[in-house]
Design a protein around this ligand. Structure first.
Ligand code: HEM
Length: 559
């Protein structure tokens, strides 16, 4: 062995361009097999170590090299040859020979996910861009990345998202594993998810929801008090109040933690942190390999780390107490555990991210629609006025069965899903044949954007009309294919909190429209909602200013 090492002409090997190019081609062959997104940090380290080794070998072995600079030049030429061959080989393959080549889409999308950044930045409304692509290519399937498709066929939903699907969660989910491991939401291991989801299901079963109901009522009542105090003002930023509400509810029901934002009428730093920490997701979600590096070197993610520290501290505080009323973490924490397992820290973050902005964004869009459609608001008021007329405040229980109310909520969720771009799934290695016989090759990443599916005339006739009646017995024909309603997703990974969020939304909407006539404030037309809403996986909705007129004190919709 020692003999081979000493007789090998290392300097010639390092200078050999065909060898460097061959290694580039070989690397492409290897990278084409398996998933490397979350090994980027290891690859970078390996490449840096190899470069350093080549430089040292050149400096010590090659008689032609007189200085470190010359050694660097030789190593640099080898590295450049290797990388140029690797990149060229990848680009040519992706452009012309890739297994997804038959699917239509922008040429640049075939080459790299960097192309998506052009779509995402600066508006961060990917759902609109993807909708345009489907229109432009007149296709239910559009290629949006080298190995990524966007699919908007309702027939394909059961194959991709049902409880028995052969698809798995894609690499998008693993972006932040290096921080606290996987949450119940981000784990890609089906068995691990199944085990952990059992506790979440208990936390949201009928009995638990009944336990949470008084707290939803309390916070809704506080919201009503605050809105009543501000009702005389010409403009109320209702999007902020709805945000305070949803955070207060989730802090209380989730961790027995009192944010008190409704009381203070002020945004807690946590909301700022959450929004700032979700912002990179809008961009880095497309380059998940980069997220795996940044989370390790901790560059540019200060807000995310502060947010994580906050959730860790809150969970530690929660562990020390036994709350008087069961909360969600009563079902997730094991009292026998001395320490909090790492994955529960990830779950505490999940609870805040999944349970707050989603509900408040939906509510904001709902009031936006009620302002745009006064006739729908009047009809809703009529339905709500008929419920328990003697009571000054409607409890969650009172509003659990009002079809018109549910119609309004479903219509807001349909037109403005809080997870608009859908969720990433990966086809099994053997591929997937859709009901129309289209074959989707193995290991393809699929997004089924709820925003586009739910605005598709095939599934929801008159798709852009705000029509709560399509969800009631009045006009059921306007829901032509309910499978396309994906606001809460479907299958084993569907939204575990949907019943709680419905309870919150029913409570807020019923009480607000019962007490107030809601209209756009002067100078407001809902444009900020449309322009400023950002798709950071969940929606960070734009501001909405409304005028609230107490019913019976003038204005429309008098009782
Ligand atoms: C309008 C309100 C809401 C909407 C539109 C919504 C939507 C969704 C969607 C689309 C998913 C699937 C994500 C995926 O597959 O990657 C999801 C998952 C989840 N949601 Fe919601 N959500 C809402 C409210 C809530 C609330 C209030 C909570 C908790 C209090 C919650 C907790 C969760 C959790 C824990 C998951 C992960 C479930 C799992 O992976 O097993 N959500 N949600």
């Amino acid at each position: 062995m020692a003999n081979i090492l000493s007789t090998t002409a290392w300097d010639e090997l390092i200078r050999s361009k065909p060898l460097a190019a061959g290694l580039g081609l070989f690397s492409h062959f290897v990278f084409g097999r398996g998933e490397w997104d979350h090994s980027t940090h290891l690859l970078l380290l390996a490449w840096m170590a190899t470069f350093a080794t080549l430089t040292v070998v050149e400096y010590t072995v090659d008689a032609r090299v007189q200085s470190v600079f010359q050694a660097l030049q030789v190593a640099g030429t080898a590295a450049a040859t290797y990388l140029a061959t690797l990149a060229t080989s990848i680009l040519i393959y992706r452009a012309f020979f890739h297994r997804l080549r038959k699917f239509p889409g922008p040429f640049a999308a075939r080459l790299s996910k960097w192309w998506s950044l052009g779509m995402v930045v600066p508006k961060c409304q990917l759902y609109n861009n993807v909708e345009q692509l489907h229109k432009e290519y007149k296709s239910d399937i559009v290629r949006t990345g080298p190995r990524e498709l966007s699919i908007i066929s309702a027939d394909a939903i059961p194959l991709v998202h049902s409880a028995t699907t052969k698809c798995t969660k894609g690499p998008w989910y693993a972006g932040a594993y290096s921080i606290e491991g996987a949450s119940t939401h981000t784990t890609r291991d089906k068995q691990d998810h199944k085990e952990r989801r059992k506790n979440w299901d208990r936390a949201f079963n009928a009995k638990s929801l009944r336990d949470y109901e008084p707290r939803v009522n309390r916070h809704s009542l506080t919201l009503m008090e605050r809105l009543s105090e501000h009702a005389h003002e010409s403009s109320v930023r209702i999007s902020d109040w709805l945000n305070y509400y949803s955070f207060d509810v989730i802090g209380d029901i989730g961790f027995s933690h009192n944010f008190g934002m409704l009381e203070k009428g002020k945004e807690d730093r946590l909301i700022t942190l959450l929004h700032k920490s979700m912002a990179p997701v809008a961009v880095l979600g497309h380059l998940s390999w980069m997220l795996s590096v940044l989370t390790r070197v901790k560059i540019g993610l200060d807000d995310m780390f502060e947010f994580i520290a906050w959730t860790q501290t809150t969970l530690r505080e929660r562990k020390k107490i036994t709350p008087k009323e069961n909360d969600i973490f009563s079902w997730l924490l094991d009292p026998n555990d001395e320490d909090i397992p790492l994955h529960l820290n990830a779950d505490s973050r999940l609870l805040i991210v999944a349970g707050s902005d989603t509900t408040s964004a939906t509510l904001t869009w709902l009031f936006y629609e009620l302002c745009k459609h006064p006739e729908a608001q009047k009809k809703l008021q009529k339905a709500v006025d008929a419920i328990a007329p003697g009571k000054s405040f409607l409890d969650a229980d009172d509003v659990a069965n009002c079809p018109q109310l549910d119609g309004v909520i479903h219509e807001a969720l349909r037109l403005h899903p809080a997870v608009p771009s859908g969720t990433q799934r990966e086809t099994p290695p053997s591929g997937l044949t859709l009901p129309d016989q289209t074959f989707i090759p193995g290991n393809t990443l699929i997004w089924m954007p709820a925003h586009t599916l739910q605005r598709d005339a095939r599934y929801f006739p008159s798709p852009l009309s705000f029509m709560p009646e399509r969800w009631t017995s009045e006009s059921p024909d306007y829901v032509a294919d309910k499978r396309a309603f994906m606001a809460f997703s479907t299958g084993a990974y569907n939204c575990v909190g949907q019943k709680l969020s419905l309870m919150e939304m029913r409570s807020v909407v019923a009480n607000v429209v019962r007490r107030f006539w809601v209209e756009f404030a002067a100078g407001e037309d809902g444009g900020a909602c449309e322009r400023e809403t950002k798709d950071c996986f969940t929606l960070n909705v734009g501001k909405l200013d409304v005028r609230l007129t107490v019913r019976g004190e003038g204005g429309n919709g008098k009782a």
